[in-house]
Design a protein around this ligand. Structure first.
Ligand SMILES: Nc1nc2c(c(=O)[nH]1)N[C@H]1C(S)=C(S)[C@@H](COP(=O)(O)O)O[C@H]1N2
Ligand SMILES: [Mo]
Length: 523
């Protein structure tokens, strides 16, 4: 008995590895099949998307606080880990109950296939890749498990178990099967990823030539950037602009096929093509976007120059009915946002944007068309991969995050943050340069004040204002900083004279409040 123990362990480890290889083949083949048939039907993106949609609010908040905008990568790693562990378990199960394990592999294929089918951007073939992958995975599992060499001196399993490997089954036969399965897994993953890449919108993003704005944005004032080194760029480069969305894989929407349907409580439906947008009289505006999930002092905000067609012009064509009060915008991947009709029809720069800082929208920021609305959090206004506008009423329709408990209307709350010095920094005694950014989109920032250790509030120097729709930077010279630990606090007052409340509240359900503070060591 004792001398058989290592053999049993070895068989189990080999079986676990077989399960992982079979799952690799299953997912690799399904991924490749999806890339050829219907890329969004890849089991990874559909499982990821389904998981995100089903994630409870507290877990989503936790994920954002742990991983920030790396939450998707973390989810992928987590998903792969769960699949590997489950597959290893199935491999061990297959040693004794091969048919049951194979049945579970097929069931897993059905689940991923169902997830793929349920995604708004997948077509009628979405079930196929997962089913083909699962069938192959089940076959591979059987193929591998019957070849697992029986340990020297070990007995076959008792009873007429068909999966008990004949003793003479050579090690070589197993290794050959394992290698073949591994090759299928890797080839599926690699070729599938390449094929999906070739079908992506990357080339369209690169080759699109943006038209010139009929109404360009006024130039950025020379003093708009805070003079304090280390404060963020007052115009955020596209490459570092924060990204928040529910899409596990970036939706790929071709500008050639793009259409925007405007319907609902309107006098006449309007359909817009991308060419209609390119030939329209476009407006350019600097607008600062902010995420409602941004904690006090957080960096889920960015400022860009957007090029697009004012939404109000398209709505005027459609003629909203008098009793409508909301526009539900919908993305290609099913995300929706509820924007007050008024914010889209008044004179603010609410845009169907096709350009960001002089370039076509990057794929992850909504290519080919997104909405940008000054003064509202992104979740109620900034729909990326936009395909549909439904004129409706708050009483009749709910958007993606409203269903999950967030406020139906999301005006941006006034915020200010200290960027320099950083939390925990050591600074020399004497004069310390303090600087940061404040925002109150579509109202404007009138005053920023800084406090040291519960002392009096000092008015900071405001940098130049790009527009009331953008953030505004500030600086303050802290004179006579004495050695020791000190806390700096900041608060802003908007152009209506309203000062940020000091009472802290969490981002859920309508945006964080409170004053940002940093503790530094002087000396
Ligand atoms: N299609 C789609 N659009 C979306 C979202 C989304 O999940 N899906 N998230 C919104 C949220 S919550 C924010 S804060 C902004 C972020 O835009 P960005 O990623 O370009 O910074 O996009 C908005 N538009
Ligand atoms: Mo957001």
């Amino acid at each position: 008995m004792t001398d058989r123990q290592p053999d049993r362990t070895r068989r189990r480890v080999t079986a676990a590895a077989s399960g992982v290889l079979a799952a690799g083949a299953m997912f690799g083949v399904a991924h490749l099949g999806a890339a050829l048939l219907d890329p969004p039907a890849s089991p990874f993106s559909s499982l990821g998307d389904a998981f995100i949609d089903l994630t409870p609010e507290w877990l989503k908040e936790l994920a954002i606080s742990w991983f920030g905008t790396n939450d998707k990568r973390a989810l992928l790693v987590g998903m792969v880990m769960v699949i590997v562990i489950a597959a290893a378990g199935l491999g061990i199960l297959a040693l004794r109950r091969l048919r049951v394990a194979q049945g579970l592999v097929l069931a897993l294929g059905l689940v991923t296939g169902a997830a793929a089918t349920s995604r708004p951007q997948t077509g009628s073939l979405a079930l196929l890749p997962s089913l083909i992958g699962a069938a192959l995975g089940a076959l591979a599992l059987g193929w591998l498990v019957v070849r697992i060499p029986a340990g020297a001196g070990s007995d076959p399993q008792p009873g007429p178990a068909p999966q008990a490997p004949p003793r003479e089954q050579s090690r070589r036969s197993f290794l050959g099967a394992a290698a073949a399965t591994g090759v299928v897994a890797v080839l599926g993953a690699v070729v599938g990823t390449l094929a999906a890449g070739a079908r992506s919108t990357a080339a369209a993003v690169r080759t699109l030539v943006l038209p010139k704005a009929g109404t360009p944005a006024p130039p950025v004032p020379a003093d708009a950037q805070s003079p304090v080194p280390g404060v963020v760029d007052v115009v955020t480069p596209n490459r570092t602009f924060y990204r928040i969305d529910t899409a596990f894989a970036v939706p790929q929407v071709s500008p050639d096929a793009w259409q925007l349907r405007v319907h609902g409580m309107v006098d006449r439906e309007v359909t817009l093509t991308f060419d209609d947008l390119l030939s329209a009289d476009l407006v350019e505006a600097y607008v600062t976007l902010t995420c409602v999930s941004n904690p006090i002092g957080g960096d889920l905000a960015g400022n860009a120059r957007w090029l697009g067609l004012p939404v109000r012009q398209v709505l005027a064509q459609a003629g909203p009915r008098g009793d409508a009060d909301m526009v539900l915008s919908r993305s290609a991947d099913g995300f929706t946002a509820s924007t007050p009709l008024e914010a889209l029809t008044d004179d603010r720069a609410a845009l169907l944007a096709i350009g960001m800082n002089g370039s076509p929208l990057p794929a992850e920021h909504g290519f080919p068309v997104r909405m940008v609305v000054p003064g509202l959090y992104g979740y109620v206004s900034a729909t990326k991969w936009l395909v549909d506008l439904e004129v409706t009423r708050f009483a009749d329709a709910q958007a993606y995050w409203t269903v999950r408990g967030w406020a139906p209307r999301g005006p941006v709350k006034t915020a200010s943050r200290i960027e320099v010095p950083r939390q925990g920094a050591s600074v020399p005694a004497g004069t310390v340069a303090v600087g940061g950014t404040a925002w109150a989109q579509h109202t404007g920032i009138a005053k920023v004040e800084v406090q040291v250790d519960d002392g009096p509030w000092h008015e900071a120097v405001l940098a130049g204002e790009i527009s009331i729709d953008t953030w505004r930077q500030w600086s303050w010279r802290w004179e006579g900083a004495t050695s020791g630990q000190h806390t700096l606090r900041v608060r802003a007052t908007d152009a209506d004279g309203v000062t940020q409340p000091g009472t802290p509240s969490a981002p859920f359900p309508s945006g964080a409040t409170g004053w940002d503070e940093v503790t530094v060591r002087v000396g």
